[in-house]
Design a protein around this ligand. Structure first.
Ligand code: ADP
Length: 357
């Protein structure tokens, strides 16, 4: 099969050579003979027609041989510098189409490759890398969502089975039914967070910028946790500068404060303290949420803004690792900054900076 293809390409090549270069050799020979005969007539040289005929044959053979040699050289050059890189790119693109995102083209071994091909190869490799990381994110995301859904579904299934027992006391029935509703709510919260994050990541949300009092917004959000801090006996301290007006999307920012406050209360044990402060310069406003909770190691701190990451597994049932990913995305959309300072066993401080205009 391969031999037939080689023979075919040689025949195609010879055909090309005979049609084009033999024609060229013929034209060059005719021109040279015309030139020689004109020269003979004008200078009176003693050249017979037989001499000129013999010279014509030699010239024709020389031109034909020279063009054959140049054709061979040019074919080899084209094979190495054009056909080989094109073949490599095509083969790699085919692998990419079949879903192999690890494919890369090595342009180091290609002799004399044109600079343009090198650029195409570099772009192809970058594209494959990007597609590979998007694919990894997608599969990780699906794996995480499925994993996060399996636990509450199993819990609901168990309680559902228990609820079917005919001799169940009213008290137990209520307890199991509450467990089912709690789990349902947790799942619904997770789905809401996933949808919000998805919309934020796909840029389907365009910030609705308004002017509002940031201090008032922080107080309103904080007051929603009054029950929590009273029940857990957590002290609250606020240092909120007055009349700090910002231009931002109020609804999106409220997600940031709600997540930071709920984490601060979640990770702070009874008797601890949560401090919220707001300060501002003419350019930006800065919010600090400090707690005296469990804190986190630098290793945990490096990942907390990633989707589904939970550093503290003892509280995993109260969250799904999406809160801070959402916070980070909102802060990025607002062109703001968020950072965390934390000491294990002492507490954490989240600092959010947003532009005021
Ligand atoms: P979750 O809803 O599971 O808490 P988050 O994205 O809000 O998810 O937080 C991710 C991780 O960041 C948590 O599992 C925890 O390890 C860490 N974390 C967030 N806030 C705090 C905090 N105030 N104190 C200690 N650790 C925190």
């Amino acid at each position: 099969m391969k031999d037939k293809t080689v023979i075919k390409s040689i025949l195609r090549w010879l055909n090309h050579y005979f049609v084009f270069f033999i024609l060229v050799a013929f034209i060059i020979t005719c021109c040279t003979m015309l030139f020689v005969s004109t020269l003979r007539d004008s200078l009176g040289l003693e050249l017979t027609d037989d001499n000129i005929g013999a010279a014509a044959k030699i010239t024709f053979i020389n031109v034909a041989l020279l063009s054959l040699i140049f054709t061979v050289i040019d074919t080899i050059r084209r094979k190495l510098t054009v056909e080989r890189p094109v073949r490599n790119i095509t083969q790699a693109a085919e692998k990419l189409i079949q879903g192999d995102f690890s494919v890369r083209i090595n342009n180091k071994n290609i002799i004399g490759t044109d600079e343009t091909f090198n650029r195409v190869i570099d772009c192809f490799n970058k594209m494959a890398e990007e597609l590979g990381s998007v694919e990894t994110l997608r599969t990780d995301f699906i794996a995480n969502v499925s994993h996060e859904m399996k636990t509450p579904l199993a819990v609901m299934q168990n309680y559902g089975t228990l609820l079917q027992a005919p001799d169940l006391s009213q008290e137990k029935r209520m307890e199991y039914a509450k467990a089912v509703t709690d789990t349902c709510r947790k799942m619904a919260d997770m789905m809401t967070n996933i949808l919000k994050l998805n919309r934020l990541e796909n840029q389907q949300i365009y910030p609705c910028i308004t002017e509002f009092n940031l201090g008032e917004q922080l107080c309103e959000c904080l007051l929603q946790y009054e029950n929590v801090w009273e029940q857990s006996d957590i002290e609250i301290e606020t240092d909120i500068a007055e009349d700090i007006i910002v231009k931002a999307d109020a609804e999106l920012l409220s997600h940031v404060w709600n997540n930071l406050f709920s984490n601060a209360f979640k990770f702070t044990p009874s008797g601890g303290k949560v401090t919220v402060s707001l300060s501002a310069t003419p350019d930006y406003a800065q919010v600090r949420v400090t707690d005296t909770g469990c804190g986190m190691t630098p290793q945990v701190g490096a990942h907390i803004f990633e989707k589904f990451y939970q550093g503290d597994t003892s509280h995993s049932s109260q969250g799904n690792g999406l809160g801070l990913a959402l916070v980070k995305r909102v802060v990025d959309i607002m062109h703001g900054e968020i950072s965390v300072e934390s000491v294990v066993g002492k507490g954490s401080t989240f600092v959010v900076r947003i532009s005021r205009c």
